[in-house]
Ligand binder design. Structure first.
Ligand SMILES: [Zn+2]
Length: 242
């Protein structure tokens, strides 16, 4: 259910694994993504189960309509009946409001400045990392009073640089923007390390309190991986402030 959980000065960070939910194959068991072909009833049930296991109100969790861009929305309440915006980062100053990001190989990025009371969740796949979604989220946090040297940053399970094979021109294109993302697969071919790129971006912004999940989604049978399985579920990362 919850594969990893941490609390730092009243800021809470959690990442799910694929077990403990109600979805049938190929979404078994805890698919939290609403746009992957699973039944809406199963997704709703899973979101309730995950929220309860984190002592969160499922109605106080904000989700995004992720599009692999760099758009950021500031939120202070759930969307309700309003359309869910197409953004890849959300930021809040509302304590107790949880922000959620969905992934299956992309990097889920959770950020919080517990002193300023600002939290953010971002979805950084290869295109989003190159587009700068994480720096955009940090800038939006700073506009709300956060300071990079107080921001706690946690990235969750994602496909690792030894597994994420890409054509050489794509690796070159990514590395031209973010050299830290240049990688080589375990079998010696061009690859991209999106997590390394995200952490390099955060480091340059002065975000020093960083940690990266050791889990590679493609290698782990306990996590969803789009590159491994194509039709599969989505993991979630949650961040919130007391
Ligand atoms: Zn790997």
């Amino acid at each position: 259910m919850i594969g990893q959980r941490e609390s730092v000065s009243g800021a809470h960070f959690a990442f799910t694994d694929r077990w403990g939910g109600v979805s049938a194959a190929p979404y078994e068991e805890l698919n939290l993504g609403g746009a992957v072909g699973d039944t809406p009833e199963a997704v709703r049930g899973n979101r309730e189960l995950a929220a309860k296991s984190l002592s969160l109100d499922p109605g106080r969790v904000v989700w995004m309509n992720q599009v692999h861009g760099a758009g950021v929305a500031v939120v202070d309440e759930p969307w309700g009946d309003r359309p869910v915006p197409e953004v890849d980062a959300i930021v809040t100053t509302r304590r107790g409001l949880a922000l959620a990001v969905l992934t299956a190989d992309c990097v889920p990025v959770l950020l919080a400045d517990p002193v300023a009371g600002v939290a953010a969740a971002a979805h950084a796949g290869r295109p989003g990392m190159v587009a700068g979604v994480v720096p955009a989220a940090v800038r939006a946090m700073a506009e709300l009073g956060a300071e990079p040297d107080r921001i706690v940053a946690r990235t969750g399970p994602a496909v690792c640089g030894r597994c994420y094979e890409v054509p050489e021109p794509m690796r070159a294109e990514v590395a031209a923007v973010e050299p830290a993302a240049h990688a080589v697969t375990g079998w010696g071919t061009p690859a991209v390390d999106v997590s390394a790129g995200v952490h390099a971006q955060l480091d340059r912004l002065g975000v020093c309190d960083r940690a990266q999940s050791p889990v590679c989604t493609l290698e782990s049978g306990d996590h969803f991986s789009y590159r491994r399985d194509r039709t599969t579920g989505r993991l979630a990362g949650y961040v919130w402030l007391d």
